[in-house]
Design a protein. Structure first.
Length: 411
């Protein structure tokens, strides 16, 4: 231990002799460690943000949408016909064991007015199970009930964006807003969810009982009064997603009298799979950013080896003198190896400070979500120390195995 401390003191003294050179040598390690921490932080922040957005859409969510049909040889696009109904929603809830809840929805765009304020937003007609399927909660007030749906009550639940633009910081619960010239009482405000994985503002919405939306706002389908835009389906668990899709497909084909060989008149989307692909992409990006930043550490290590070789050449007579007075090979090896590790460790410490600062600056000025973990900091620091050992070993070994006579004669 005493010998190691002595080697460390000698290393610091040698580094202080050429401070500018030592600082420039450490710069590669500083940049490398800082880049690793900052880039991994950006990647981890992006992954976490996508995970939060995936959770905000709802758990185990499946969307059933009207499909395409062919008419006189012309194939209409997806949603070209109102093929889904409220009765389909009831049948799925009753006959599909792997389904936990179903919400039929209708939607449209409206201009909502309160006093002298107005706001253009989207409106959705839903049922009370919407809160369960979307993992939503009420920030204030209460959600409408099944009785409100049955009575086509003129009650509305606002998203945070709508509430903010109409009422500012005041609680709108109990106030009356005008939608399509119809007065609606605000039952409450949803807890904010933020942006969806597709970038849409999930809080810029008004929810109405589906019956009210059809009769007074969006309007119903003249050919089929029970037609809906889509069905939100919640599976009983993540492992039951595929089974739920199979059960829904079989049931809807049977209900819609679709013969074998005919195309479905509906389409089913597993949103969890779609958004999980985005999450995987973000994780891959994080790994790639970290790998690219790690190249800077390797470059810094090469710089350390280069400078240590120069140092060995400059101090050849010193090495020969130490060997002549009894220093062992391992003493010389330890001295130069400690110098290399000291350079990389000091560079790693400074790099950590710079990397954490850079992450904060990126989050503040670029408005990017960053998340620096203790693991990434420790790995970057450990890697910088290993770089010092790896690239410092060859110069240290070269110094240790110098011939004392030749070293003393070196000019």
């Amino acid at each position: 231990m005493n010998q190691l401390l002595a080697s460390f003191r000698i290393a610091l003294r040698a580094l202080r002799v050429n401070r500018a050179r030592s600082a420039l040598t450490m710069l590669g390690i500083v940049i490398g460690v800082a880049a690793v921490i900052a880039m991994v932080g950006v990647g981890a922040g992006a992954t976490t943000r996508i995970q939060q957005q995936i959770q905000s859409i709802g758990s185990n969510l499946i969307i059933v949408m009207p499909g395409s049909i062919s008419s006189n040889g012309v194939r209409l696009g997806s949603g070209g016909v109102a093929s889904l109904t409220e009765d389909d929603a009831k049948a799925i809830a009753a006959e599909c064991p792997s389904v936990a809840a179903v919400v039929p929805t209708v939607r449209g765009s409206v201009q909502v007015v309160y006093g002298s304020n107005n706001w253009a937003t989207s409106v959705q007609g839903v049922t009370p199970a919407y809160l369960t399927i979307r993992d939503s909660t009420m920030m204030s007030g209460e959600f409408f009930t099944t009785q409100d749906v049955d009575a086509a009550a003129k009650t509305a639940v606002l998203g945070q964006t709508v509430a903010q633009n109409l009422f500012g910081d005041n609680d709108p619960t109990g106030q009356v807003v005008i939608i399509k010239n119809v007065p609606f009482t605000v039952a409450g405000v949803l807890t904010p969810k933020g942006q969806s994985p597709t970038g849409q503002d999930q809080d810029d919405i008004i929810l109405l009982p589906i019956s009210t939306a059809k009769q007074k706002v969006v309007g119903g389908n003249r050919a089929n009064a029970k037609a809906v835009n889509n069905l939100m389906v919640q599976a009983t668990g993540p492992a039951m997603m595929q089974q739920s899709i199979q059960e829904i497909t079989v049931l809807l084909r049977e209900r819609h009298r679709i013969q074998q060989g005919q195309d479905d008149d509906f389409s089913i989307r597993n949103l969890t799979e779609v958004f999980s692909a985005q999450e995987t992409s973000a994780q891959v990006m994080s790994i790639l950013l970290g790998a690219i930043a790690s190249v800077s550490l390797i470059v810094g290590g090469i710089g350390i080896m280069n400078i240590m070789l120069v140092s060995v050449t400059e101090r050849t007579r010193e090495i020969g003198l130490r060997l002549a007075v009894g220093a062992r090979t391992r003493d010389i090896l330890a001295q130069f190896l400690v110098e290399a590790v000291t350079l990389s460790v000091l560079g790693g410490i400074i790099g950590i400070i710079v990397g954490l600062t850079a992450s904060l600056l990126i989050a503040h000025f670029a408005q990017w979500s960053t998340q620096v973990s203790i693991t990434s900091v420790l790995m970057a620091f450990l890697f910088s120390a290993l770089v010092g050992v790896f690239f410092g070993y060859y110069p240290a070994r070269k110094a240790a195995f110098l011939d004392p006579i030749d070293a003393l004669r070196y000019e």
